[in-house]
Ligand binder design. Structure first.
Ligand code: AMP
Length: 457
C-alpha cells in the first residue's frame, strides 16, 4: 500500500515523502479513503499510530476541492479541537508540514499565552484552525472568530478532553457550528461519555480501530523495577548513567515532584528539564526544544503536560511514580515505541504503589515483568502507607482537573484554588509488604561495589 494508492494529491505525496514516510500506517490506510469520501469517523487510535496524518492529509485534500484562489476573505472551514496546548501546537505543525505545497492557511489558538497575536492571525484569515476548547471560547466571546463556515470538525483525543472537564466547552463550540458538516472523532478509549458524545455528533460514522483498547504498542518492552520510595531518584540516576541513555522521558505524579526531580538529577550530573502546567508556555516550549535537540537527557513531565508530546523515536520512558489513573499508564508508555520503533518503558514501583500496579496490570490484561536491580532491593521492613490507593484515587481525578486548568491557562490567568490535602500518616502496624508482593522478580546484576560506595556517599 502506498500513499498514491490512497488517492491523495501530488502536493500531499511530496510533503509526506519529504517527511520520510514511504508506507501509510494502518490508521492512515483505513481513515484516509473514508475522510476523502466525506464520511464521519469514530476512530479508536492511540498516539503513536500516525493518526494525525490520518486525518490531516485527507482534510487538506478536501479543503482544496472547493478552493477558490484569490477569492473573498478566507473563512475557517476546518476546526480541530485538542485537549492540550502541546497537542494543539503539534497538530498545527503537522498541518503546516503536510500542507506546505498547498495554498491553505492555518493557525493555532490555546490558553496561557497572549490572545492578541492570535486575534491578529485570525483577522488575516485562515482555512484551518486548531484550538483548545477554553481559548476558542474566549475568542468566541470577543467575536474574533467565526465558526459558521466550518465544513470539517475534528475532535482529537476526545477522551482526554472529557477527562479534563471540557464537555461543556465542547458542547458550546458545537452549538456554533453548522449542522451540516463532516465530523471525525478520535479517542484512545471508548467510555460511556465518549459513546454518548459520538451518538449526538456523528452521522452514520465508520468505526476505525487500529489498536485494541488499553493495550500498549507491541514494540514497547515493559518492566517494573521494585524499589523503595526514598531510593527512586538514586535508581533513576543509576539507570540513566549506567545505560548511557541520552533521551529519557520521566513521568512524575505532581508538578512539584517534577521540579524537584529535575533539580536532583542536575545535581547528579545528568542534564534535565521539567515540563508541567505551572510553567509558562515559553518555558515549556524551551524545555521541550532542549530535549528534542538532545541538549538535555531527561525531560521530567506530569501527565497532562506530556499529553500529545510527539518526539520521534523516543527510546525510553520511565514512570518515576505510577499514575493514579491506570489508563494514563498506557498513554505514558505510548510516548515510546511509536510508528513501529522499539521502545522501553520502565516503572519504579515502591510498596505504596502495588495496588496501582495491580490496576494497571488488570487494565492491560497482563503481568509486567519485575526486575530488581542489584543494590536497590526493596527493604522488606518498609510497610505500605495505609490506603494509599484510596487516598490517591480520590485525589486522582480532582488533581487531573486542577492540572488541566493550570495547563490550559484559563483566559483570566487565574488558577483553580485547591484545598490542601492533609499529609499521609504512617500508621503503626499498617499493611506490610507481603513477601513477593511485587510478583515474579528476577534479580539482575547491578552496580559494582565501587559504584555502590560512591553512590552512597
Ligand atoms: P501520531 O500518532 O499522529 O502522533 O504520529 C506518531 C508518529 O508517527 C509521528 O512522529 C509521525 O511523524 C509518525 N508517522 C506518521 N505517519 C507515518 C508513516 N506513514 N510512516 C512513518 N512515520 C509516520
Amino acid at each position: 500500500m502506498s500513499f498514491e494508492s490512497l488517492g491523495l494529491r501530488a502536493e500531499l505525496h511530496r510533503a509526506v515523502s519529504e517527511k520520510g514516510y514511504s508506507t501509510p500506517t494502518p490508521i492512515q490506510t483505513q481513515a484516509i479513503p473514508v475522510v476523502l469520501e466525506g464520511r464521519d469517523i469514530m476512530g479508536g487510535a492511540q498516539t503513536g499510530t500516525g493518526k494525525t496524518a490520518g486525518f490531516t492529509l485527507p482534510l487538506l485534500q478536501r479543503l482544496m476541492s472547493p478552493y477558490k484562489a484569490k477569492n473573498s476573505h478566507r473563512a475557517i472551514r476546518a476546526l480541530v479541537l485538542a485537549p492540550t496546548r502541546e497537542l494543539a501546537a503539534q497538530v498545527q505543525e503537522s498541518v503546516n508540514t503536510y500542507g506546505k505545497y498547498l495554498p491553505l492557511k492555518s493557525t493555532v489558538v490555546f490558553g496561557g499565552v497572549k490572545i492578541n497575536p492570535q486575534i491578529h492571525q485570525l483577522r488575516k484569515g485562515v482555512d484551518i484552525l486548531v484550538a483548545t476548547p477554553g481559548r476558542l471560547l474566549d475568542h468566541v466571546g470577543q467575536r474574533t472568530v467565526d465558526l459558521s463556515k466550518v465544513d470539517i470538525l475534528v475532535l482529537d483525543e476526545a477522551d482526554r478532553m472529557l477527562d479534563m472537564g471540557f464537555i461543556h466547552d465542547i458542547r458550546k463550540v458545537l452549538a456554533l457550528l453548522p449542522k451540516q458538516k463532516q465530523t471525525l472523532l478520535f479517542s484512545a478509549t471508548f467510555s460511556k461519555e465518549i459513546k454518548q458524545l459520538a451518538n449526538d455528533l456523528l452521522d452514520s460514522p465508520v468505526l476505525i480501530e487500529v489498536a485494541r483498547r488499553n493495550t500498549a504498542a507491541e514494540t514497547v518492552t515493559q518492566v517494573v523495577h521494585p524499589v523503595d520510595k526514598s531510593r527512586k531518584r538514586e535508581l533513576l540516576s543509576y539507570l540513566v548513567g549506567s545505560n548511557n541513555w541520552q533521551q529519557v522521558l520521566v513521568f512524575t505524579r505532581t508538578k512539584h515532584g517534577a521540579d524537584r526531580l529535575s533539580k536532583q538529577l542536575i545535581k547528579d550530573g545528568i542534564t534535565a528539564a521539567a515540563i508541567h502546567g505551572n510553567k509558562t508556555q515559553g518555558a515549556r516550549t524551551r524545555s521541550l526544544e532542549l530535549f528534542k535537540t538532545n541538549k538535555v537527557r531527561v525531560l521530567v513531565a506530569t501527565d497532562i503536560a506530556a499529553r500529545g508530546l510527539d518526539i520521534n523515536q523516543l527510546p525510553h520512558v520511565v514512570n518515576f511514580d505510577l499514575p493514579n489513573v491506570a489508563e494514563d499508564y498506557v498513554h505514558r508508555i505510548g510516548r515510546t515505541g511509536r510508528a513501529g520503533n522499539e521502545g522501553e518503558a520502565m516503572s519504579l514501583v515502591c510498596v505504596d504503589e502495588l495496588d496501582l500496579l495491580k490496576d494497571i496490570e488488570r487494565l492491560i490484561k497482563r503481568d509486567i515483568a519485575k526486575d530488581i536491580i542489584d543494590g536497590f532491593e526493596p527493604d522488606p521492613a518498609i510497610k505500605a502507607e495505609k490506603s494509599a490507593k484510596a487516598a490517591q484515587k480520590g485525589r486522582g481525578r480532582q488533581q487531573q482537573r486542577n492540572n488541566s486548568n493550570a495547563n490550559q491557562g484559563n483566559s483570566t490567568g487565574k488558577k483553580t484554588q485547591r484545598k490542601k490535602t492533609p499529609g499521609k500518616k504512617k500508621k503503626p502496624g499498617g499493611k506490610r509488604a507481603a513477601p513477593g508482593g511485587y510478583g515474579n522478580q528476577q534479580p539482575r546484576q547491578g552496580r559494582s561495589n565501587r559504584q555502590k560506595q560512591s553512590r552512597s556517599r
